[in-house]
Design a protein around this ligand. Structure first.
Ligand SMILES: [Zn+2]
Length: 494
């Protein structure tokens, strides 16, 4: 077993006889079992302690980490600002930038493509990567089923029909779910990313190759079965790391160069608290698989992380510390939530009480602790909060808002209270009251002005706080509606 094989086996806990898959030439040895046992462990210990550290385990250099771990400047609203361009990442490793990175890895006798860009950027990405590609395209690895990673896959396959598509075993189900709910998700996706959704829809009309879905992977990777692709004396490993943006996460490890291609496991910007619940709408993403995946990434000791979005990170001390912080922060929130549930705390209590301590502080510019915590709570216990009987019936509280208005003698006393809440800095409570008044007088300028002020306060706080992409996008969308209803001009980006 080569050093990189040993390392991967260690990371996946396979040394006692787990499974991995290996691809040599054109033959896939599926579910090939590594059996190392006690002798294997002794050899590993000997190798590490006596012979020294294998080339792919070289200890990190002592370059200073210069960036703070708890803030990043990028936000998802910067996605569209990056042009599609070709860059060399390392020897034989290329990427095209854009909303999503696509990577091409040159190996002896063939190439491996990692992700395929968004539909409206895929043709340019393909043209640029083909311009440096020598030899055939052997594999396309799809890091997960999101459209910004698989949008160009069918285009690539139309030009390279012999390439084999590699995806996680959970990929087909995720792709199916996103495909059958495509109109629903497009409506919600438009809230935060209207231009990207519109560009995707325009491409579908130009060419059905860009319709979402319909990708049938040739090789599926199980969670406990990493795949090694061997090309002569070089290899590349496809490693299941679910949890970042779904259960279908794959990463690619290039052991010779210690480059880990992470898809969206640790992104879109790095480091950050992961987006374990996306308010644009998608199934919950699990905490503990995420913790295990980041731990696996950490044990590989990557020198370079090549993300699905934004820049390639090359400071290995920073990478190690950032991965540890992400792993430990998510585990902390998980454990605090479980303890709080057992102690009888309510979901709103936990959402406001559980915060990252300073030593685990991370950007919450994409995912937030509170929203992810709610996803965890609901994953573990379902949607019924065990508090109000009304929660069992399809009659929401807003159905009785008009009765509250009538009982109060009209909207005036309710709006007076909303104003007082605003003055006391309680913008969410003010918004609740405004929504009661709005149920009978949606076009009232008095209602709309109070609503606008509450939304503006929340937006100011969001920008002064984590500048969370989804929170700011949502507030901007609602503010746009209110301003339009008030007949105010809307300044783009204001
Ligand atoms: Zn992505």
């Amino acid at each position: 077993m080569t050093e990189s094989r040993l390392q991967t086996a260690r990371v996946w806990g396979l040394l006692g006889g787990g499974r991995c898959q290996r691809f040599r030439g054109n033959h896939l040895e599926a579910k090939n079992r590594l059996r190392v046992g006690t002798l294997g462990w002794a050899l590993v210990a000997f190798w590490v302690q006596v012979i020294g550290v294998a080339p792919s385990w070289v200890p990190p250099s002592h370059a200073e980490t210069t960036r703070a771990l708890d803030e990043v400047t990028e936000r998802a609203w910067d996605f569209g600002k990056t042009p599609v361009a070709l860059e060399q990442v390392d020897d034989g490793v290329w990427r095209t930038t854009g909303v999503t990175n696509a990577y091409l890895v040159e190996m002896p006798g063939g190439n491996v493509l990692i992700d395929t860009s968004l539909p409206h950027q895929a043709a340019r990405s393909l043209e640029l990567l083909e311009s440096v590609m020598k030899g055939p395209l052997k594999f396309i690895v799809l890091t997960h089923a999101h459209v910004d990673h698989i949008g160009g896959a069918k285009l690539w396959l139309s030009r390279h029909p012999n390439a084999k598509v590699i995806a996680h075993e959970a990929f087909p189900a995720m792709q199916h779910n996103l495909e059958e709910l495509a109109p629903y998700f497009a409506r919600r996706g438009r809230m935060a990313m209207p231009n990207l959704v519109a560009a995707g829809e325009a491409m579908r009309e130009v060419d059905p190759l860009f319709t979402y879905g319909g990708i049938e992977p040739d090789i599926l990777i199980d969670d406990d079965e990493p795949l090694t692709l061997e090309f002569g004396d070089r290899s590349l490993e496809v490693l299941p790391m679910p949890g970042g943006e779904g259960p279908d996460g794959l990463t690619v490890w290039l052991p010779d160069q210690r480059i880990l291609f992470t898809g969206d496991l640790t992104g879109p910007h790095f480091p950050a608290f992961p987006n374990l619940y996306s308010v644009r709408g998608e199934r919950y993403r699990e905490f503990l698989p995420y913790v295990r995946s980041v731990d696996r990434a950490l044990k590989l000791e990557p020198a370079v992380i090549a993300h699905g979005h934004f820049d390639v990170i090359r400071d290995e001390n920073f990478i190690r510390e950032a991965l540890m912080r992400q792993r430990d922060a998510v585990k902390f929130v998980h454990d605090q939530t479980v303890a709080g549930m057992n102690a009888g705390k309510s979901l709103p209590e936990l959402m406001s009480e559980v915060n990252l301590p300073p030593e685990l502080a991370l950007s919450q510019g994409y995912g937030t602790v509170a929203w992810s915590l709610r996803g965890l709570w609901e994953t573990y216990t379902g949607w019924f909060d065990f508090e109000s009987t009304t929660g069992l019936y399809p009659v929401p509280v807003r159905d009785v808002y008009p009765d509250l208005v009538e009982a109060a003698g009209g909207i005036e006393p309710i709006l007076t209270r909303a104003q007082a809440k605003l003055e006391a800095g309680r913008a969410v409570e003010a918004l609740h009251l405004v929504e009661v008044a709005e149920s009978v007088s949606p076009g009232s300028h008095q209602v709309l002005r109070l609503k606008r002020r509450a939304l503006e306060i929340l937006r100011e706080r969001a920008l002064a706080g984590h500048r969370n992409f989804y929170e700011v996008s949502w507030l901007d969308a609602r503010l746009g509606e209110v301003r339009a209803a008030l007949g105010e001009s809307i300044e783009p980006g204001s």
